[in-house]
Structures are given as C-alpha cells and as structure tokens.
Design a protein around this ligand. Structure first.
Ligand code: CP
Length: 330
C-alpha cells in the first residue's frame, strides 16, 4: 500500500499486515526524534493544517508536536466558532481553501463521514483524527504499536492475543478502529464488555465472525476480563447520547481498580485506554489507585502517538526515506 499522497480516513484502507509494517518500521526509526534526543528537519518548509471541530487534548497536541518535530509549521483552528463554518461555509469550500494553504490536513469533526467529505474536496492528504462515533484510525495504529512495545514483540506475534474491550462500544470510535485493525490478524480473541444498549455494532461483530475470530460478549466485567492479555477501557461517551437520562443510566458502569485487577485479571495483562478517562465523581473507568501500577500503560500509550503520527506524516508526504538526512543531536 502506497501511503504517499494518500488520505487516511479508515482502517478499512489497510488490507493486510504488510500495510501496517511500513508504518511501524518508520515509527521505530523516528523514536529518537520523538524523544527529542536528535533533531530532524525533513519537513522544513511544509505546512500542516490542524482543524479540530470537536474537543481534543492528545490527538491535536500530538499531531501538531509530531509535525513540528519533523521541522514543519502548523496552522490550526479549533471549534466551529473560530472558523468561517460559523458563517455557513461548507466543508467543500473550507477544504478547497485550506488545501491551497497546507501540504496536509488533520481533521476532527463530530459527524461520521465528514472527514471523508474534506478529503473529497482536498488536493492534499487528509488524515482522520476522529469523525464522531465513526473512526479514529491513528488512535488504533498507536494502540497496536503500544501492544507490540508492551509485549516486546513483532507485529506478527500479536496474533493469538485475547483483548477485552470495555465500556461504550457503541459510540467509541477508538474501539471500532482498533477492532477493525486487529481483525487483520489470523485469530484474535475478542471479549466485549458493555451494557446491551452500548454493544459493539453488529456489522463489526459479523465481520469478525466471518474472518474467523473468537467473539465473546458479556455485561459482566470480571467474566469479560478473564484471561485477557489486553484490557482496553473506554469512556462512556456523554456527548453521543440522545438524552442526559440515557447517559446517566450508564455512567460509571465499569471501573477497573487495583482490587479488580488483582482479583480478576492476568497479572501480566496490560491496561490501555485511549483517554480521556472520566475522573468526575460517579465515573472513574480506571481508578487512580492504579496510577503507579506497572501494568497501566495509558501514559506510555499516549507517548506512542508522537512516533506513529510522525511516521504517517513522512509517509503521506513521501519523505520517509530522508528522515536522517541532515539530522543532528539536540
Ligand atoms: N484519544 C483521544 O482521541 O484523545 P483526545 O480526545 O484528547 O484527542
């Protein structure tokens, strides 16, 4: 798969593990720059437009940092209020205009399919940073990269793992993308833990069964995490519910705490979460008593967003073979 000049909108674009290997190989090469131990200017002169029409902390900041660490310049707009979309400008016009100013666009938008609409109108690569409850493909890539790093294994050795995904599997775009990504392996054991109303969409379950993966569905947390190598917690997505009452019924439905982990999980299991975790009273999907637990990998996971997003930029802009040219120590 040639990523040069290509949009990245959905995990469905990846057909096999080789498509992923090039991204992870480049990300590994970029680790030294991501850690700010060496400097590369491979994207000097290039401009990235960062368009976030929904709240974000780590996706926006890590995309922008990744581009800056490659020597490029970032221009951004956040929220609808500060773009001319507030005056009724269409996605088509916005995208046409911005693709005249930038070499790559990173877009987050609350509607499923909206980032694809940006791509349709753009003459430069567009990267989906989350389209409503649709997909978040770069999060899935950094999640898989984290699983490889935590297990100290190569891509193909991820095959055969058991992953428990817990929480709001209906609205959570990260679990949709990660499930699609893991479905590229020969056999993964998926354990989906959610209230029935927040279950993984049926089309994804069907796809997993068609591809021969194991699927176990439960509402019970201890049952769901049993035997899992990866515990992937998610937030109940307040902003996607039709009513406050619906949200309140599910709020705080699952918490993994130190006690839950020691009683029901494999000691070597790793705990991931795309973040943000909701730490308001009554929520708490990962208890703070796990904060210094060695198996809690959530902050190593967020760090991995930098090399993955750097890799995607160098591949999309066709400079992945020039990363070390003129590089120097900090
Ligand atoms: N994981 C993630 O998408 O986080 P943000 O919403 O903070 O970008």
């Amino acid at each position: 798969m040639n990523l040069c000049g290509a949009h990245l909108l959905s995990i469905a674009q990846f057909g096999n593990l080789s498509d992923l290997r090039q991204i992870f190989d480049v990300a590994r090469e970029l680790e030294v720059y991501a850690r700010r131990e060496r400097v590369t200017r491979v994207l000097e002169g290039a401009v990235m437009a960062s368009l976030f029409f929904e709240p974000s902390t780590r996706t926006r900041i890590s995309f922008e940092s990744a581009f800056a660490l490659l020597g490029g310049t970032v221009t951004s707009t956040t929220g609808f209020t500060f773009s001319s979309m507030a005056k009724g400008e269409s996605i088509y016009d916005t995208s046409r205009v911005i693709s005249g100013y930038a070499d790559v666009m990173v877009v987050r938008h609350p509607e499923v399919g909206s980032v694809a609409a940006f791509a349709d109108a753009s003459s430069v690569p567009v990267i989906n940073a989350g389209d409503g409850p649709g997909e978040h493909p770069t999060q899935a890539l950094l999640d898989l990269y984290t699983i490889m790093k935590e297990r100290r294994c190569e891509l193909e050795d991820v095959d055969g793992i058991t992953i428990a995904m817990i929480g709001d599997l209906k609205h959570g775009r990260t679990v949709h993308s990660l499930t699609k990504l893991l479905s590229l392996f020969k056999k993964i054991s998926f354990r989906f833990v959610s209230p029935a109303e927040l279950a993984m969409p049926e089309y994804i379950l069907e796809m997993l069964r068609e591809r021969g993966h194991e699927v176990f569905i439960t509402e019970n947390l201890p049952e769901g995490v049993a035997g899992a190598d990866v515990i992937y917690m998610t937030r109940i997505q307040e902003e996607r519910f039709a009513s406050v009452e619906d949200y309140q019924r599910h709020r705080g439905c699952y918490t993994v705490s130190r006690d839950v982990f020691s009683r029901f999980c494999k000691p070597e299991a790793i705990i991931l979460h795309p973040l943000p975790r909701d730490s308001r009273p009554g929520s708490n999907e990962i208890d703070v008593d796990l904060n210094d637990h060695s198996q809690l990998a959530i902050f190593r996971q967020t760090d991995n967003g930098i090399p993955i997003r750097m890799a995607l930029f160098t591949l999309a802009l066709g400079v992945s073979d020039q990363i070390h040219r003129d590089s120097r120590p900090v």
